[in-house]
Design a protein around this ligand. Structure first.
Ligand code: BGC
Ligand code: MN
Length: 393
C-alpha cells in the first residue's frame, strides 16, 4: 500500500474514534439532563394541546400507542413515559402524571397532605393526590346482576347515587351527568361498573340521570344543561362529568376530576378501534369545571337529534381561549355498549357553522324546561324533564 493511502486510512480511523467519543459524550449529557427535562415535560403531556396529541400520537402510530420519548421526534417533549405497550404504564406512573398537573400542584400548596393536621384531629386529612387503591386496567362487566342484588352489593354507595371516601376529605366534588332515554339495560351496566371505580378514586360524587320525557327528537346537550343546573341546587359541585350511558371505563386511572382545562375523557373507544376519530372530538365522556361550563354558557340548546352538540362545545371552549386536554389513550379507554345507530341530525353542520353568533345567548342563559319528577333510588338521582325548545328571538 502506498504511504499516502496508509496515512489517509490512519486519519480516517482517528476521525471515527473522535466521532464515537462525541456521540458517547452527547448520550451521557442527555442522561444527566433527563431528570430536569422529564419534570418539565410531564405537565406538557397532560395538558396536551389536542392538535399535537392527535396528529402525532394517533396518526403516526398504527396501534394508537403513544410514544413520547427522547429521539422519537425533535418536536415533541422528552419524557420518562416511554410507553411501548399498554401493560407498561402502571399505577405509580400516574403519580407522576398528577403530581404535575397545575391544579394538583396548587392543591398541594394549599394543604400539603404530608403535613400533620395539628389544629383539629377530628378533621381528617385531605385525600392523597393519587388515590392509593387504584388497580389500573379493569375488567368490564357487561352482565350486571338484578337491581336489588346490585344495591346490596354496592355497599359504599348512598341514596341518590352518592359516594365519598370514608377516611379522608375529598379534593373534588363531582356531579356525573348522564343524559338518558330508553336504555335501562345500559344504565344498569354503567352503574355497576362506575360506582366501584368512583369509590376507589376517593372523590365525592353524585350520579344524575337526566331523562327526556316523550318521544320527540332527543336533545343530549339540553339534558346536560339541565343536569348542571339541577345538580347545583343540591350541592356546590366544582366539577361536572358529562357521560354517555353506553360507555364503560376500562381503567380507573382515568380520574373523574376536573383539571385546569376541559378534559375529553373517552379518548380511546373500542368501537373506534381505540383511536380518536378527530382532534376536536369532545363527545362521549367529558369533564368541565363549574366555572368553565358557566364561562362558555353551557351547551347549545338548538341541536335536536344526533350529533354536533359536542363539536359546538369544542368551539365554545376554543372561543374562551381554553383547550381540550386528554389523558393518554392507554388510560382513557372505554368499551361502548351496542345499540342501533341513531338518526343523525342532517342540519347539524349548518347549525354548527353559525354557532359562534349564538354563544352568549344560546345555552344556560336561555335554558327552559320543566322538572316533571325527581327520585332518589340508591344508585342514582333521577330527573324526568320536559324540554322546551328555545324560541327564536
Ligand atoms: C358528530 C359528533 C359525534 C362524532 C363522533 C360527529 O360527526 O357531529 O356529535 O360525537 O361525530 O361520533
Ligand atoms: Mn352511543
Amino acid at each position: 500500500m502506498p504511504v499516502a493511502a496508509a496515512v489517509a486510512l490512519w486519519h480516517r480511523a482517528h476521525l471515527y474514534k473522535a466521532l464515537a467519543c462525541v456521540v458517547l459524550a452527547l448520550i451521557a449529557l442527555q442522561y444527566l439532563l433527563s431528570g430536569v427535562l422529564d419534570r418539565r415535560s410531564i405537565e406538557t403531556i397532560f395538558t396536551i394541546n389536542t392538535t399535537r396529541y392527535a396528529d402525532h400520537a394517533y396518526r403516526s402510530h398504527p396501534h394508537g400507542l403513544i410514544i413520547y420519548g427522547l429521539g422519537v421526534s425533535p418536536t415533541y417533549p422528552p419524557s420518562t413515559l416511554n410507553i411501548t405497550s399498554t401493560a407498561q404504564l402502571t399505577v405509580p406512573a400516574l403519580r407522576d402524571i398528577n403530581n404535575a398537573t397545575k391544579q394538583d400542584v396548587n392543591a398541594t400548596r394549599i394543604a400539603p397532605v404530608s403535613s400533620p393536621n395539628t389544629t383539629d384531629p377530628s378533621i381528617p386529612q385531605l385525600c392523597p393526590l393519587i388515590p392509593p387503591n387504584l388497580v389500573g386496567p379493569l375488567t368490564v362487566n357487561k352482565n350486571p346482576p338484578e337491581v336489588l342484588k346490585m344495591e346490596k352489593e354496592l355497599t359504599g354507595v348512598e341514596t341518590g347515587g352518592r359516594g365519598w371516601p370514608s377516611h379522608c376529605t375529598p379534593r373534588h366534588r363531582v356531579a356525573i351527568i348522564i343524559p338518558f332515554r330508553d336504555r335501562p339495560q345500559h344504565l344498569q351496566t354503567l352503574l355497576y361498573n362506575l360506582h366501584p371505580m368512583l369509590l376507589r378514586q376517593q372523590i365525592s360524587y353524585q350520579i344524575f340521570i337526566v331523562e327526556q320525557e316523550g318521544t320527540g327528537l332527543f336533545n343530549r346537550a339540553m339534558l346536560m344543561n339541565v343536569g348542571y343546573v339541577e345538580a347545583l341546587k343540591e350541592q356546590k359541585f366544582d366539577c361536572f362529568i358529562f357521560h354517555d350511558v353506553d360507555l364503560l371505563p376500562e381503567d380507573d386511572r382515568n380520574l373523574y376530576t376536573c383539571p385546569e382545562q376541559p378534559r375529553h375523557m373517552s379518548v380511546a373507544i373500542d368501537k373506534f378501534k381505540y383511536r380518536l376519530p378527530y382532534t376536536d372530538l369532545f363527545g362521549g365522556v367529558s369533564a368541565m369545571s363549574r366555572e368553565q361550563f358557566r364561562l362558555v354558557n353551557g351547551f347549545s340548546n338548538v341541536f335536536w337529534g344526533w350529533g354536533g352538540e359536542d363539536d359546538d362545545m369544542a368551539n365554545r371552549i376554543k372561543s374562551q381561549n381554553l383547550h381540550i386536554s386528554r389523558y393518554p389513550a392507554n388510560i382513557a379507554r372505554y368499551k361502548m355498549l351496542l345499540h342501533k345507530r341513531e338518526k343523525a341530525n342532517p342540519r347539524r353542520y349548518e347549525v354548527l357553522k353559525t354557532g359562534k353568533n349564538r354563544f352568549p345567548t344560546d345555552g344556560l342563559t336561555d335554558l327552559k324546561y320543566q322538572l316533571i319528577e325527581k327520585k332518589k333510588p340508591k344508585l342514582y338521582t333521577w330527573l324526568l324533564v320536559r324540554l322546551t325548545p328555545p324560541q327564536p328571538s
